[in-house]
Ligand binder design. Structure first.
Ligand code: RIB
Ligand code: CA
Length: 316
């Protein structure tokens, strides 16, 4: 079998984060070295508890969880409980955490893991990017052990948390700015892509039909998440954002990519956190710094995700 890609998932579970973690655990192509948590969809304490509960659901409480940022590098934490519910992962009952988070904070865990890894590690950022920004700012010595940063955030089109800004990049634009200026390989999976990854009734039915608790739980998460997306943004089916980053590691060809200059607005009264994606080279003196996800092969995406969820559920 091909070499497994070592990854750390930095997340704010969050219904779609939860599916992303399960996708990683059910995919032999990736090795989940650990989970770091951040504020975002809910307070970091809730995100941490939710990450632990998702790992317990999968029978993988051996995966270390390190607690991260409670707020952004600048400004206050603007939480997403209005989408994900009071707990941050409302819906079906979940197992209780089987072990506490590790003693190291997220940035310490990331620093040690990168330093000790025999090969470069892929950082998967699917929440506000505060932990990743602080890592690059305060520990430049580990940059050469970062294989790439792939993040769910931003958009080539409109936003969601504000009309122009996507939730994760709006939550901590300074952190994203550090990543975009880092010179490291960066892939951006924005709303323009993830809005193609809809959990339609057919997808949810395939989850339910798996006949195990992983499939049933994902189907019920889609029920809660879909209700929020219909109530707030009038979607008929919820866009399952975060697993798109994991799928992009498992099989990059499931997405069409485009190189572009990307920068984030830090100062706009109405536009702070907006990603400005120069797809048509309107700033010719700005070199492309990001691979931007543009088109999803929807059928192959869902086959990949559902096969991995079924593999995990059947084994756990
Ligand atoms: O805008 C969608 C993103 O914000 C997803 O990562 C979701 O989990 C929330 O964190
Ligand atoms: Ca998330």
């Amino acid at each position: 079998m091909a070499r497994r890609t070592p990854i750390v998932v930095d997340c704010d579970p969050g219904h779609d984060d939860a599916v992303a973690i399960l996708l990683a655990l059910g995919s032999p192509e990736v090795e989940l070295l650990g989970v770091t948590t951040t504020f975002g969809n809910c307070a970091v304490a809730d995100a941490t508890r939710n990450a632990q509960r998702v790992l317990a659901l999968a029978g993988r409480s051996d995966v270390p969880v390190a607690v991260g940022a409670a707020g952004p590098i600048a400004g206050d934490a603007d939480l997403g409980n209005y989408v994900h519910g009071t707990s941050g992962l409302d819906g079906p009952p979940l197992p209780e955490p089987q072990r506490p988070p590790i003693d190291e904070a997220a940035v310490e865990f990331l620093t040690r893991t990168l330093t000790s890894s025999p090969e470069a590690v892929t950082l998967v950022a699917i929440g506000p990017m505060t932990n990743i920004g602080l890592l690059l700012r305060d520990h430049p010595e580990v940059r050469n052990k970062v294989a790439e940063i792939i993040f769910m955030g931003g958009s080539t089109e409109r936003g969601n948390h504000t009309p122009t800004a996507e939730f994760n990049t709006h939550a901590d634009p300074e952190a994203l700015d550090i990543v975009l200026r880092s010179g490291l390989p960066v892939r951006m999976v924005g709303l323009n892509l993830t809005h193609q990854a809809l959990a339609t009734p057919g997808v949810v039915e395939r989850m339910s039909a798996m006949g195990h608790v992983v499939g049933r739980t994902c189907a019920e998460w889609m029920g809660f998440f879909g209700g929020s997306y219909n109530r707030i943004w009038e979607f008929e089916a919820p866009p399952v954002h975060d697993p798109c980053t994991i799928a992009a590691i498992i099989d990059p060809s499931v997405i069409e990519w485009r190189e572009a200059f990307v920068v984030t607005e830090l100062d706009g009264t109405w536009t702070r956190g907006t990603t400005v994606v120069d797809l048509f080279r309107r700033y010719p003196d700005q070199a492309a710094n990001v691979s931007v996800a543009m088109t999803l092969d929807v059928e192959r995406y869902w086959d990949l995700v559902l096969n991995s969820l079924d593999r995990l559920g059947a084994a756990s």
